[in-house]
Design a protein. Structure first.
Ligand SMILES: Nc1ncnc2c1ncn2[C@@H]1O[C@H](COP(=O)(O)OP(=O)(O)OP(=O)(O)O)[C@@H](O)[C@H]1O
Ligand SMILES: [Mg+2]
Length: 377
């Protein structure tokens, strides 16, 4: 049996675990036409989850569109990507798409191109001047809605890594035009995904920005430890391993159910003991050392970017049992200086995404980074 633990790519099929409640909620909400803003720290499984949601919506005849803004840097690039992806996913004969584009987005002047005999394609002329004409932007963004009306269908459009809109050249124009079109759409629901909390916050909770209050907010958390325990034990058993309950517990005490890290850790343990096939609690620590070694380049880079007070604060956090980070005791024992300076440090780490506020507590979003800091103390 091959190593079943997968990391670093979208998980599908039987590698996708749990998320039953999330799937239910998001499928229902988006089918109802409600827009959703989905946030989680990095590598919590947003993309895997939303792709699963889209599969489910497709089964219910909802048209689905997925856009990842991660590598988009200019307005032209965005529209090229946006319009060609839409046309490609319509799966209609090209003549029909061609006439559709001509009717619904007349200012784009589509051209039929016969580069490859037998399979003509549609090219769309796009340049900044054309795009800056409001009518063009509006036509492009209204296309899916009009298409839905025509076909009597519903649609769901996903923008992954949506926070990147902030760094796209002329992104503010894009933001404005999107909002002013999307708000009138009756047949399309929109999901916006992001992992940079402060940027997502700026986009959706700042009253002066176009997307203020545009949808309900949904925060994706880790996968529960019970689900992980079941999955991990099952996989090792199927592979002919004996993994003790305490060994599994220890693994999860390091990864805290963080989806990417739990898969990475599982994979490491699998490889490390694939000859012996017997794993006790203490064997897990060797895997921890290996995992930390493999991830260390990213940890070193992040550590280098921190100021001295930030490093002191993280070191204190890594060795403390509770996280009453603003308590007198925590600050004094760890010699962190004035309360106001700890508050500043915390605000900055929240902005960077290392800390997250849950109810009234702050939690670290990267459990292995904390282990790495601890290891070097
Ligand atoms: N439901 C799941 N079941 C099992 N593993 C998962 C699940 N969701 C995520 N993972 C693990 O986490 C990794 C990251 O998942 P994914 O890329 O979907 O997260 P993301 O939040 O979109 O990440 P990024 O912040 O990098 O965009 C996957 O490669 C996989 O190892
Ligand atoms: Mg993603």
């Amino acid at each position: 049996m091959n190593n079943p633990f997968l990391f670093g790519k979208t998980v599908t099929g039987s590698s996708f675990i749990n998320r039953t409640r999330e799937l239910e909620y998001l499928s229902e909400t988006l089918t109802r036409g409600q827009n959703v803003i989905i946030f989680s720290p990095r590598r919590y499984g947003k993309t895997s989850l939303i792709k699963r949601v889209l599969e489910r919506l497709k089964e219910h005849r909802v048209l689905t569109f997925y856009f990842d803004l991660y590598r988009i840097t200019t307005l032209e690039q965005f529209y090229q990507y946006y319009s060609s992806s839409i046309l490609a996913s319509l799966q209609s004969p090209y003549e029909k798409i061609f006439s559709l584009v001509r009717t619904l987005i007349p200012s784009l002047r589509p051209k039929l191109v016969f580069a490859d005999p037998g399979s003509p394609s549609i090219e769309i002329e796009l340049n900044l001047d054309i795009l800056k004409k409001n009518s063009t932007l509006k036509e492009i963004f209204d296309f899916i809605e009009k298409y839905c009306v025509l076909k009597k269908r519903k649609a769901c459009v996903v923008f992954d890594e949506f926070q990147e809109i902030i760094s796209i050249e002329n992104g503010n124009l894009l933001e404005r035009e999107m909002r002013s079109s999307f708000q009138h759409h009756q047949h399309v629901s929109y999901a916006f995904l992001g992992s940079k909390y402060h940027l997502m916050n700026d986009l959706f909770t700042d009253k002066s920005r176009p997307f203020y209050n545009f949808g309900s907010h949904y925060e994706l958390t880790e996968i529960g430890l019970e689900d992980w325990t079941y999955y991990i034990k099952e996989q090792f058993k199927k592979g002919g391993y004996t993994l003790t309950g305490d060994a599994c517990k220890r693994m999860l005490s390091y990864t805290k159910g963080h989806p990417y890290y739990t898969q990475l850790f599982g994979s490491e343990v699998w490889e490390l003991y694939h000859k012996i096939k017997k794993i006790n609690e203490n064997d897990i620590d060797l895997a921890l050392i290996q995992v930390l070694r493999k991830e260390s380049h990213a940890f070193v880079e992040f550590w280098d970017s921190l100021s001295n007070p930030e490093r002191k604060f993280i070191s204190a956090l890594s060795t403390s049992q509770d996280n009453e980070i603003f308590s007198n005791e925590f600050i004094t024992v760890n010699r962190l200086g004035a309360l106001s300076s700890v508050q500043r440090t915390v605000a900055k780490l929240v902005k960077q995404g290392l800390l997250i506020k849950k109810s009234s507590r702050y939690e670290i979003t990267d459990p292995l980074f904390l282990q790495w800091v601890k290891q070097d103390l």
